[in-house]
Design a protein around this ligand. Structure first.
Ligand code: SAM
Length: 250
């Protein structure tokens, strides 16, 4: 049994171009009333019958525009992560979601490992990664299909002598404040898939305990600190705040 999957008429001719790992997770059947993956011959996406289509494309027009116009020295997330043009640092994105932030970090030169625990998003991310010409880049972009809290617990138990990454980044879903028809389509689909991340406190506390030198948490402007933990400093942008926690070596 796999996830419901619709191959449209145009998709039948070239379904074999989808990565075999992805096809092996799908079943070639669906109910008309059921949310499902779709392959239309060009695009692989999730069809949420209530909220619409969700596709992850790291080379979309929107993403290319964002990357071409980004001012790396000013970009709040890069500032929060201590980005420097001369260094190739590693960052663990503990909450990949649509991989937008992870992709920006990759194009800015970070070695990126992203974690996603939702199986639907995992397949969409894996498909987007399979389209990346990795030979064109010297840095790595990896997906771990795992709960990052489980990963961090394992790493903490190993009690390694040196930090296992330069930075940790997390952007958990926060509980919906009020039902609104204006919530962006993609956010609605993700909410339908993952709900709210009610364990973000544990994630932050473990990230800090892990000894990784820098932990950055994305929050909506004006939101409380995760786990009521005051950061060393914050980087603000019009709608968002990045809280920065520094783990100083003893
Ligand atoms: C708000 S979205 C992240 C959006 C992302 N920053 C982007 O740019 O697309 C949060 C995502 O983190 C995932 N997530 C939350 N906690 C997680 C955990 N402990 N391990 C793995 N994934 C997690 C959720 O499933 C959800 O897809």
């Amino acid at each position: 049994m796999g996830y419901p999957f619709e191959v449209t008429k145009k998709g039948h001719d070239n379904v074999s171009t989808l990565p075999s790992y992805i096809v092996s997770e799908l079943t070639d059947a669906y109910l008309e009333t059921e949310n499902r993956f779709v392959w239309d011959g060009k695009k692989f996406y999730w069809n949420d019958l209530e909220a619409g289509h969700l596709e992850i494309d790291f080379f979309s027009k929107k993403m290319r525009y964002r990357m071409q116009h980004i001012n790396k020295a000013q970009e709040p997330l890069l500032r929060a992560l201590g980005w420097k043009s001369t260094e190739q640092k590693s960052v663990l994105d503990m909450t990949a979601g649509l991989g937008r932030d992870a992709c920006m970090l990759f194009f800015a030169g970070f070695n990126v490992t992203m974690f996603e625990r939702n199986p639907i998003l995992q397949l969409l991310l894996a498909n987007a990664l399979s389209e990346l010409p990795s030979e064109d880049f010297s840095q790595q972009f990896i997906l771990e299909k795992e709960d990052s809290i489980v990963y961090l617990r394992r790493m903490i138990e190993l009690n390694l002598a040196a930090p296992f990454a330069d930075a940790i980044y997390m952007d958990p879903m926060y509980p919906e404040r009020k039902k609104s028809a204006l919530v962006k389509k993609e956010l609605r689909i993700i909410r339908n898939l993952v709900g709210a991340d009610l364990d973000s406190e544990s994630l932050l506390l473990m990230a800090i305990e892990s000894g990784v030198p820098r932990v950055v948490v994305k929050r909506p402007k004006g939101a409380t600190f995760v786990a009521d933990k005051r950061p060393n400093h914050s980087v603000e942008s019009p709608n968002t705040r990045f809280d920065v926690y520094l783990n100083h070596p003893l």
